[in-house]
Design a protein around this ligand. Structure first.
Ligand code: NOJ
Length: 519
């Protein structure tokens, strides 16, 4: 078992100001040359994360899985998939990360399992074993219509018919049957899973689809107008049902036996009141807030997103969380317009995000300024591509392996050029090696910013005071100004600590942010 982090219990709520780094394990570093990243690859590259200065990792799922949705289809929740290593490899990672003072959190997937999970295999074989899932008879005279009109978040119907004529619910892929959270064994099993990893030394969980799990008893039809893939609207009966809070309260009772472990929920709900419910003192510790991810590089929009996220967290008395990207959304460089302007804006937003109070998440590769990648059809793997009838390309473009060194693919990611997704040949200037000692690189900017945020007293305080639409001040004295306009602007008074790009005649150019402290 991994050794405890020194001073663990003496520093409760370490997460409320932490910088987390999200590792997409398939794409971080490949230690065994199969073209897919793995746990030993992460362990070997921990120096990069120590240099960056992050305090915690969130690993996307590494449990046993047929990988229909790259690990979000779990067939054994208490073991590591051989693609990523084994339990000993996880122990090595935990020990090495903890020795550096870096905590490690994992992804927990409670809404659904894999269709290869023994429970589902048993349910298919024998209709009397179906009550841990949501099986129903179909509609229409011969039962050939799905039980209701729900669609999958990935496209297509949310129901699949089995050979004996019944249908089962899957809000995601057909290989991800939804669990029935009214069944006591589902609760027992999640408790076993939580304790299994926490006892091994894991420091907490990101909880997948934390707004899912509970379904309304009558399974009423949903409103299909303006339905978007990978999104849910307000009043969508598939999500955010009240009974979900009993599930979070149950999970919290287990977590409370491990007082230094954290839960952070993926919460896609509408309205701050709904969001705050998940963060009540007996539910989740943190909730992902996606307002910034959904906002363009626009001063009023950014300010509104920040205020909204602060208000939501304050309603619950929880720390706010900030993220600009993850494995489900296009990378920020591309969202902000790609090319030089997209990169400048992404760098400016990195300073905005790291200036805010609360918990910050950095998606692997953001610190290198990676753009999204336009991949050819024949390499796409996200189930969204096929389920949408090839209308949506899916999320592979933000999941391309990281470039570490050298001048050609696989850029030190792997020993084979045959990586699970191809790495663009023109990423030479984006490698860690190319950026490490360059004072102007995005990697250097991130490293400096995290060091300042972690070390300087000016970042103290939980609030933000706006000094205009694109300048805010923290109670400790830090001022962050960003320019989302078209012309250079005057900087606020104070000593400049850091800028995301060069100043122009002492002015803050467009697409640039600065940190200052009052003289
Ligand atoms: C949200 C995860 O972030 C996403 O990658 C996954 O496909 C779905 N939940 C289903 O588990």
């Amino acid at each position: 078992m991994a050794p405890p982090i020194p001073g663990r219990s003496a520093r409760p709520q370490w997460w409320s100001r932490a910088v987390f780094y999200q590792v997409y394990p398939r794409s971080f570093a490949d230690s065994n040359g199969d073209g897919v990243g793995d746990l030993d690859g992460i362990t070997e590259r921990l120096d990069h994360l120590s240099d960056l200065g992050v305090q915690a990792l969130w690993l996307n799922p590494v449990m046993v899985s047929p990988m229909a949705d790259h690990g979000y289809d779990v067939s054994d929740p208490r073991d590591i998939d051989p693609l990523f290593g084994d339990l000993a490899a996880l122990d090595r990672l935990l020990a090495a990360a903890h020795a550096r003072g870096i905590r490690v959190t994992m992804d927990l997937v409670p809404n659904h399992v894999s269709s290869a999970h023994p429970w589902f295999v048993a349910a298919l074989a024998d209709p009397t074993h179906r009550d841990r899932f949501i099986f129903r008879d179909g509609g229409g005279p011969d039962g050939s219509e799905p039980p209701n009109n729900w669609v999958s978040i990935f496209g297509g119907p949310a129901w699949t018919r089995v050979p004996d004529g019944q249908w089962y619910l899957h809000l995601f892929d057909a290989a991800q049957p939804d669990l029935n959270w009214e069944h006591p064994e589902v609760f027992d099993d999640i408790e076993k899973t939580l304790r299994f990893w926490l006892d091994r030394g894991v420091d907490g969980f990101r909880i997948d689809v934390a707004h899912g799990m509970a379904k309304p008893a009558t399974l009423p039809d949903m409103d299909l107008t303006e339905n978007e893939l990978l999104r849910n609207k307000a009043d969508d009966p598939r999500f955010d049902n009240d009974a979900v809070h009993d599930i979070h309260r149950f999970i919290r009772t287990v977590l409370d036996d491990y007082p230094d472990a954290v839960t952070v929920g993926e919460i896609w709900v509408h309205g701050n009141e709904q969001f705050a419910k998940y963060l009540r003192p007996d539910e989740l510790h943190l909730g992902f807030n996606f307002h910034l991810v959904q906002t363009d590089y626009d001063a009023a929009g950014i300010r509104a997103a920040i205020d909204n996220s602060l208000d939501a967290a304050a309603l619950a008395g929880a720390a706010p969380t900030w993220t600009l990207s993850n494995h489900d959304v296009p990378r920020e460089v591309s969202r902000y317009g790609n090319g030089a302007a997209g990169l400048r804006r992404a760098r400016a937003m990195a300073l905005v995000k790291l200036a805010l109070p609360g918990t910050v998440f950095i998606y692997n590769g953001a610190e290198l300024g990676l753009p999204n990648v336009e991949l050819p059809d024949d390499v796409l793997q996200d189930p969204v591509w096929e389920r949408s009838g090839r209308a949506e390309r899916g999320r592979d473009g933000c999941r391309v392996p990281l470039p570490w060194s050298g001048s050609a693919p696989p850029f030190g990611f792997s020993s084979t050029p045959d990586t699970w997704l191809p790495i663009p040949a023109d990423w030479k200037a984006l490698t860690v090696e190319a950026q490490r000692d360059d004072p102007d690189s995005t990697l250097t900017l991130y490293r400096r910013a995290i060091a300042l945020r972690t070390g300087r007293a000016e970042f103290a305080g939980d609030t933000v005071e706006w000094l205009g639409d694109s300048t805010f001040r923290r109670p400790g004295g830090l001022v962050c100004a960003f320019n989302a306009g078209a012309v250079p602007v005057t900087l606020p008074a104070g000593e400049v600590l850091l800028t995301s790009g060069p100043l122009k005649d002492g002015l803050l150019p467009p697409d640039t942010a600065a940190w200052l402290v009052s003289a």
